[in-house]
Design a protein around this ligand. Structure first.
Ligand SMILES: [Zn+2]
Length: 195
């Protein structure tokens, strides 16, 4: 299914109606995964000035092999999805960056509650010891026995931070009994574990 949305070009100001997917299934189409992760899936070329812009729109991304269904909900109209007979992991996110992060966490076979705990620890530690305010922090990848995160303040890229695999495992052991599996919005604002 497709929906029509209004695209307002940030460069020339013209408006166009464009057609976007309601849902994409990555179970069989892995090329879509690459396009989502590198933003090209969300890139739209203005028919007037040819400028490329990233367009955010409501979208369901699912992969039956990895058993998830993620809903990008930029307008925050619907915060939760119905879960009748649903065994998949459901998440509702409000930005493309959050969607990409959830997908990366899933394909690296990590737990997003634990990843959010690590982000919280990194953010609190940096803000306590430095004159800095972390506005955005995202998990990027997991390799060489460590998890990699990218950090931004209000306007700028601040840098990368790393967290050990051992630390991840210890945190997982600490919170696993209290993980709320029905929570669909899992982010720094919604997690509340004693860590
Ligand atoms: Zn334009």
């Amino acid at each position: 299914m497709k929906s029509e949305i209004i695209f307002n070009c940030p460069k020339c100001g013209s408006s166009h109606i464009i057609s976007v997917d309601d849902e994409v299934d990555l179970t069989t189409d892995k090329s879509l995964l690459t396009k989502i992760l590198d933003d090209s899936y969300f890139s739209h070329e203005c028919s007037e000035c040819k400028q490329h812009s990233i367009v955010e729109f409501p979208l369901i991304v699912k992969d039956d092999k990895f058993n998830y269904l993620y809903k990008l909900n930029p307008t925050n109209e619907l915060m939760f999805l119905l879960k009748d007979n649903e065994t998949r992991e459901i998440r509702v996110v409000s930005s493309i960056n959050e969607l990409k992060e959830k997908i990366r966490i899933k394909y690296f076979r990590l737990n997003d509650h634990v990843v959010e705990c690590i982000k919280k620890l990194i953010k609190e530690d940096l803000e306590k010891n430095n004159d800095v305010r972390i506005e955005e922090i995202y998990f990027v990848k997991y390799e060489e026995n460590r998890l990699q995160f990218v950090l931004f303040d209000k306007d700028n890229y601040l840098g990368m931070m790393y967290y050990s695999e051992e630390g991840y495992i210890n945190l997982y052991k600490k919170i696993r009994e209290s993980i709320d599996k029905d929570l669909q919005v899992v982010n720094l604002k919604t997690i509340n574990y004693l860590i």
